[in-house]
Ligand binder design. Structure first.
Ligand code: COA
Length: 317
């Protein structure tokens, strides 16, 4: 019988040859074991974790209320292994009785592992989000000459709370149409609390970097960012260890889109990230978003992990 450690070791080695920017170790959460056997008699395994996102939690804005997540250990069998494991998981979930509304099945998997992609698609999963990364090119730290007469970018402070909340809510409204986000009744309160924390800076690095773009003194865009130490953040297990910059929300007023506001905001952010000497920057975007799926690759971001979902959880095949 193949041990979980042997599956993990061969999986990590295989994935690192597919994508050298993946981390070299993974921390598995504790949860329910899932097992499956392949045609050649070998085994694959996984850990299944159930999570409830109660009303009033920030995660409820980007997750279904009840979610079941699988952490697969497939060794060298990405396609047959993922297929067999998803069959086994589906039977386990049927016994558990997932709700048929506001629920999801989630598998986060390296974007470049297309053999596993086939199995996920066959089981009804959709690529709702991806974690994308950008390394800092050497030129980023140099001063950016900005032509006069375009937008003005300035750092946001506590007095900008209303503006920041307004832009983050517009982004949520758009994102809820094209991805995993959900516009909950308490969204405005949750966004206000989160923005307050960012702008007042209770974290170890002080205030998080948030920028506002203005045209003729009127706010037209927002870039809300932060710093992540992989040892302390849940995204950490997906990134190479170290300090990263995190792009949480970029939102441009509908009338001002496609006129270079987003590009100007990110030029300023990338310049600041380079000065802070982070390993790189990362963010989540939704592949079905017709704006961000073009914008982020143009900004140098590329998918590292894809977050596959079936909603509701009972629709898994
Ligand atoms: C995504 C968003 C932030 C981009 O900001 P923007 O100010 O419109 O983008 P820019 O004008 O700076 O355009 C930069 C690049 O994006 C692409 N782009 C922008 N608007 C586009 C459009 N309508 N169609 C296709 N591509 C577009 C272009 O390729 C452009 O690159 P180029 O000019 O170098 O060719 C903005 O469209 C937005 O707020 N969208 C709604 C909310 C959202 O999706 N936020 C991101 C969540 S991850």
């Amino acid at each position: 019988m193949t041990t979980a450690q042997a599956l993990m070791d061969s999986q990590v080695a295989r994935l690192r040859t597919l994508d050298p920017r993946l981390p070299s170790t993974y921390r598995l959460p504790s949860g329910e074991p899932v097992m499956a056997r392949l045609r050649d008699g070998s085994g694959v395994a996984g850990i299944a974790v159930r999570t409830s996102h109660r009303p009033g939690s920030l995660q409820s804005l980007w997750s279904a209320s009840e979610s079941a997540e699988l952490f697969p250990l497939l060794g060298d069998h990405p396609r047959e292994g993922m297929d067999a494991l998803l069959h086994a998981w589906r039977e386990q979930l049927a016994d558990e009785g997932m709700p048929d509304r506001d629920s999801s099945c989630v598998v986060t998997w390296p974007s470049r592992d297309v053999e596993a992609t086939r199995a996920l698609l066959d089981h009804g999963f959709t690529p709702l989000s991806c974690l994308a990364v950008r390394s800092t090119p050497p030129g980023d730290a140099e001063l950016i000459p900005r032509p006069p007469g375009t937008v003005t970018i300035r750092r946001a402070g506590p007095d900008d709370l209303d503006t920041v909340v307004e832009f983050t809510l517009k982004e949520l409204e758009y994102a809820a149409l094209v991805g995993a986000s959900v516009h909950r009744p308490d969204a405005a309160t949750l966004k206000r609390t989160a923005a307050h924390v960012r702008l007042h800076g209770s974290g170890p690095d002080g205030r998080d970097p948030v920028w506002i773009a203005e045209r003729d003194g009127v706010p037209v865009g927002l870039a809300e960012c932060g710093w992540t130490d992989t040892a302390q953040h849940h995204s950490g297990r997906r990134l190479r260890p170290g300090r990263w910059a995190y792009v949480n929300c970029v939102s441009v007023d509908e009338q001002a889109r496609a006129t270079g506001v987003g590009r100007e905001l990110m030029a300023t952010a990338h310049h600041e990230f380079a000065r802070a000497q982070v390993l790189g920057s990362y963010l989540y975007y939704n592949p079905p978003n017709p704006l961000s799926s073009v914008f982020w690759p143009r900004q140098g971001y590329r998918p590292l992990w894809t977050i596959w979902e079936v909603r509701p959880a009972t629709a898994v095949r």
